[in-house]
Design a protein around this ligand. Structure first.
Ligand code: FUC
Length: 783
């Protein structure tokens, strides 16, 4: 780092690049600051001129310690709870469950803030600043702040390097000797200590008050020219030509059962890079690493130079009226940016806030809510060609399957594993908070469908055999052991459970049945591919037939519960019974037209307005209902200025914050990922639209591919292109369209296979030889 090149060219306030969020003022609020991250460390850059705040996180700074949350012997009450529910005594069932069936303790632990890196520039008076501009370039994953003060142009770059595992900052100025500042670290946890090491690095260490996590952050400040000194807990640089900073952060967390790690050792390893490499080398390594992932997909939805010339908040405010499809393209790529920045192999999965969090008491503890939110985080992973970003989720599942086996045993006297509606870094799997919504059995089952999807997209048979199948099988085993007969119909149902998060504790909600049927189908398909477990497969096939079917109710709606009790005025954010439309594929336009119509009716009843993630889900659903204009209408609601409820804004408003973070409100990252997935579903779908509840079509088992081109293209994107999307079956897809019509599709399959390609009401069979490009155009579909 000390060998960096002398002076660097300063680009003065440049024009916005198409993939840039940019602003004319420093961030005031946290949701105005700009996120960078490497799937381990994350930071929010405020872009202050005289005072810069870079708030940082590390994924494993949590309250709590290794702990088994299951409730020993809870299974003794299982039959009684079920019986009460069968007798219609919901309140009694909930009360008994609250007493005897809940997690110990009943709440899980919380993700924490780590600290701030503060930079104070005494020579920069706020009123001397002109030409201010700060930005986040999604193409480079670099946040930049530029301005002129006292006649000198300053530039600051911040990025989070995955290969070096460091947060890196460079300060430059157009005039030599102009850089004077003080750097300090501020812990988010009381009792932290600060000291200097012999090499000049500043170390902040401490612990989270509640629990076993100890942490350390280490800061290197290197100045070119000028003078550098250590003063108490600060590094003071005076009159430098440029300066570079590197921040490492780590904890003692090893895994959910082990906190014997040494944060100092981990930071020493990271700091080796900081000391050995120049800024240019670190930046080059960062770009190569990041762009290898990011550049796999590009998108052009058209745009207007007028709209694009505006700073991001103005574009958000104008979106509903302006016709700014490029902002949709940016939101699409922002989701990919956030996933690459928050979820990398070896790290933790993206939590409710990805990995960005400034509070020690964050909303919903910024943990993992898996009755929609955690799964939504990973919806764009495969289809936008970031499959490796999903690996942290699969690693977490290996741990969840261990703690979930204890919960299965203690709560249900069952084999396999179960995950209820939340987990934390300690992999709590038992039902939390309250029995009316905490007891929901299908978290592990839903997550397990992601394993088979990963196989369908990648064709990685070794992954299927070694990682996916054992977890999927365990998730299925739990239901083999716990499905019960509905006394009224004699069909199999889950329970006690709930339809997230409404209607209270019930038996057999529709969503559970959809997920279980899909999981069983996946396990059957996987077992067949691997040529194993015949008897188990036969058993699953038998049970699958007996699971209570979906029903159409008196309002023409898809029933959310076994009983026909849906309220057409219910606008609840969760649309759980529509799981079978998306992300599932039991309800399809051509395979199950009646259920498809009923599901659509249910979504109409629920309405368009919703929380952030709920709108993210609805974009996907309207795309699956093949209604691009309705999907776009939801996007218009989603891309609107968000308000948190406070004195100034008595009415909370979902949407996006100035930094494009999705607002539940408050900030929750799932809506960003849901939007990216939804925009993809509007352009390309690869689920078989002929699927039914019980069929396993060749596309659903990976034997062939089904590509549905431009299934829900809205009038708002008449002309555009997308390159590099991925489809089930291992096909890479480029699409170009003009005036609302497909111009051409270029398909490249990883392995030789047949594909059915659907466009504008026609289906053609296309042979895809391994690795070869196959181009098809509009003409093929009009013959
Ligand atoms: C579920 C949702 C809430 C919120 C929370 C984190 O409980 O119902 O809306 O997203 O997760």
């Amino acid at each position: 780092m000390v060998k960096f090149a002398a002076i660097l060219a300063l680009t003065c306030a440049s024009l916005a690049s198409p993939l840039e969020l940019w602003y004319r003022q420093p961030a005031g609020l946290w949701v105005e600051s700009l996120p960078v991250g490497n799937g381990h460390i994350g930071a929010m850059v405020f872009g202050g001129t005289a005072h810069e705040r870079i708030q940082f996180n590390e994924q494993t700074v949590w309250t709590g310690e290794p702990h088994d949350y299951s409730h020993p012997g809870a299974y003794r009450y299982l039959d009684q709870i079920r019986q009460l529910l069968f007798e219609g005594k919901q309140k009694e069932a909930e009360d008994l469950a609250m007493k005897e069936f809940m997690s110990e303790p009943v709440r899980q632990k919380a993700y924490q803030a780590f600290g701030d890196l503060l930079l104070d520039f005494p020579g920069i008076g706020a009123d001397s600043v002109t030409n201010y501009r700060r930005s986040l370039d999604l193409d480079a994953a670099i946040a930049t702040t530029e301005f002129t003060a006292n006649g000198v142009a300053f530039r600051r770059e911040v990025f989070c390097s995955h290969p070096a595992n460091l947060l890196i900052i460079r300060l430059t100025a157009a005039k030599p000797g102009s850089i004077t500042f003080t750097a300090s670290l501020k812990s988010a946890h009381p009792g932290s200590t600060y000291k200097f090491l012999s090499d000049g690095d500043l170390v902040m260490s401490g612990r989270v008050e509640d629990g076993a996590i100890r942490f350390e952050a280490r800061l290197l400040v290197a100045a070119e020219g000028g003078h550098r000194e250590q003063r108490e807990d600060q590094i003071v640089v005076t009159g430098a030509d440029s300066a570079e900073l590197a921040l490492a952060g780590a904890t003692n967390f090893v895994n959910f059962r082990d906190v014997s790690g040494d944060p100092a050792r981990r930071n020493i390893q990271a700091m080796v890079w900081a000391h050995a490499k120049s800024y240019e080398e670190l930046r080059r390594d960062h770009l190569a690493d990041y762009q290898k992932l990011f550049h796999r997909v590009s998108i052009d939805l058209g745009g207007s130079p007028e709209a694009e010339a505006k700073p991001t908040p103005e574009r958000i405010a104008a979106f509903a009226r302006s016709g700014d499809p490029q902002l949709v393209a940016m939101l699409f790529q922002y989701g990919r940016y956030l996933l690459i920045s928050s979820s990398r192999p070896g790290g933790q999965p993206a939590n409710l806030q990805g990995l960005w969090n400034e509070s020690n008491n964050p909303p919903w503890d910024s943990k993992y809510t898996d009755n929609i939110n955690t799964e939504m985080n990973y919806w764009p992973a495969e289809e936008t060609s970031l499959p490796e970003c999903q690996l942290p989720l699969f690693d977490a599942m290996k741990e969840l399957a261990q703690s979930g086996a204890v919960t299965a045993k203690e709560h249900y006297h069952a084999g396999g594993w179960v995950l209820h509606h939340n987990f934390d870094i300690w992999r709590g799997t038992a039902p939390i908070n309250a029995s009316n919504h905490g007891i929901w059995q299908t978290g592990g089952a839903w997550l397990s469908t992601h394993l088979f999807e990963h196989y369908l997209f990648t064709g990685d048979e070794q992954f299927l055999r070694d990682t996916a199948y054992p977890l999927m099988k365990g998730a299925a085993q739990f239901f083999v052991d716990t499905l019960v007969k509905d006394p009224k119909t004699g069909r199999l149902i889950t329970g006690p459970s709930n339809s997230p998060e409404q209607g209270g504790l019930v038996m057999g909600p529709s969503m559970d049945r959809e997920i279980v049927r899909t999981l069983f189908g996946d396990v059957i398909a996987a077992g067949r591919i691997l040529g194993i477990d015949e008897p188990f497969r036969a058993r699953l096939a038998e049970l699958r037939q007996q699971v209570a079917p979906l029903q159409i109710g008196k309002y023409g709606q898809l029933q959310e519960w076994l009983e026909d009790k849906d309220d057409p005025k219910n606008e609840h954010r969760h649309v759980s019974h529509l799981w079978a439309v998306y992300p599932g594929s039991e309800i399809t336009p051509y395979g199950t037209p009646d259920l498809f119509k009923a599901a659509r009716q249910s979504l109409i009843f629920r309405g368009d307005a919703a929380t952030g993630w709920s709108m993210g889900w609805k974009v996907n659903l309207w795309a699956r209902f093949l209604d691009g204009d309705h999907a776009y209408r939801i996007l218009q609601n989603l891309i609107s200025p968000a308000n948190d409820k406070d004195a100034a804004h008595p009415v909370a408003h979902a949407g996006v914050y100035p930094n494009l973070f999705d607002a539940h409100p408050p900030f929750q990252i799932d809506g960003n990922f849901g939007a990216t997935a939804g925009i993809t579903e509007m352009l390309l779908q690869s689920d078989d639209p002929h699927g039914t509840e019980l069929s396993l079509t060749p596309a659903q088992t990976g034997e062939s591919a089904f590509l549905f081109l431009l299934p829900a293209l809205p009038a708002a994107f008449p002309t555009g292109s997308v390159h590099g999307l991925r489809a089930r079956g291992g096909v890479t897809v480029d699409l170009t369209w003009r005036n609302g019509k497909l111009l051409q599709a270029v398909l490249r399959s990883d392995r030789s296979k047949m594909a059915t390609v659907r466009y504008a009401g026609r289906e053609v069979a296309v042979e895809l030889p391994a690795g070869k490009e196959v181009t098809i155009g509009d003409a093929q579909f009009s013959r």
